[in-house]
Design a protein around this ligand. Structure first.
Ligand code: MG
Length: 253
């Protein structure tokens, strides 16, 4: 069952989303060659708590990993797709780094991810970054009353294919609200015109994950970090979007 939120609930989710955006802006200022991923996690956690929210990922038990996630953000570098665990790893010039932030505020969740180009990155990284961000933006444009859920999915896959990139299939976007992951699952691929009709008050976390090589992924021994099976580059962006009578309202920007 897809839950439609009231205007008051969307206002609360907007506050949660605003905190997520502030954390991502703080990360943008702080990410540079030489800093560790744990340092970024500390900065994020401090800010989330200062804002009166809770880090939603910390202690989270996933659908695949039964080991609680140990940190407040996910940091996924280069061939890492999503769910990288912050630690001693040092960010380097040329890295393509995805940062995923989730918070709970007054009972509601906000969830977003952005990728960051550290210093000068390869032409391929540049192209993959642009394609993934464009896939997200174009799919957000589909978040209109009367469209179908798979219009979002198809838009992401079509944009990826345009540059000969593939999409990750085993991880997906999701509804969001009083739980971080609600119905429906939002695939990053598929034919248009299928699935539930989009309605006012639906709130969706759309998260394209594009790979430079094949779409297959593996999970590392830490039970969380998802990497491309061919170890080629991957990129990830995500926003939380409310569907309103005025069109898509991006809660996390
Ligand atoms: Mg998400």
């Amino acid at each position: 069952m897809i839950i439609c939120k009231s205007a008051d609930e969307i206002k609360l989710m907007q506050q949660a989303g605003k905190i997520v955006n502030e954390v991502l802006l703080k990360i943008e200022e702080s990410i540079k060659p030489g800093v560790t991923t744990a340092y970024l996690d500390n900065i994020a956690e401090e800010l989330i708590i200062k804002k009166g929210a809770e880090p939603a990922f910390k202690g989270y038990v996933g659908r695949i990993s039964t080991k609680p996630f140990p940190s407040s953000i996910c940091v996924s570098i280069n061939e890492e797709v999503v769910h990288g665990i912050p630690g001693k790893r040092v960010i380097k010039e040329g890295d393509l780094v995805s940062i995923d932030v989730g918070v709970r505020f007054k009972g509601y969740y906000g969830d977003a991810a952005r990728s960051y180009k550290v210093g000068k990155v390869s032409k391929l990284a540049e192209r993959l970054y642009e394609a993934t961000l464009d896939a997200l933006n174009k799919s957000i444009d589909k978040c209109k009353i009367g469209n179908r859920l798979s219009d979002i999915s198809n838009t992401i896959e079509t944009r990826a294919n345009k540059d000969n990139f593939s999409v990750v299939k085993v991880f997906v976007g999701h509804g969001i609200g009083k739980k971080m992951h609600e119905e429906p699952q939002i695939l990053n691929y598929g034919i248009a015109g299928q699935g539930p009709v989009l309605k006012k008050g639906m709130v969706l976390a759309i998260e394209p994950m594009l790979n430079a090589g094949a779409s297959e992924v593996e999970i590392l021994d830490d039970k969380w970090t998802v990497v491309t099976a061919d170890r080629k580059l991957s990129c990830h962006f995500e926003d939380t979007i409310a569907i309103t009578i005025d069109g898509p309202l991006i809660l996390t920007r």
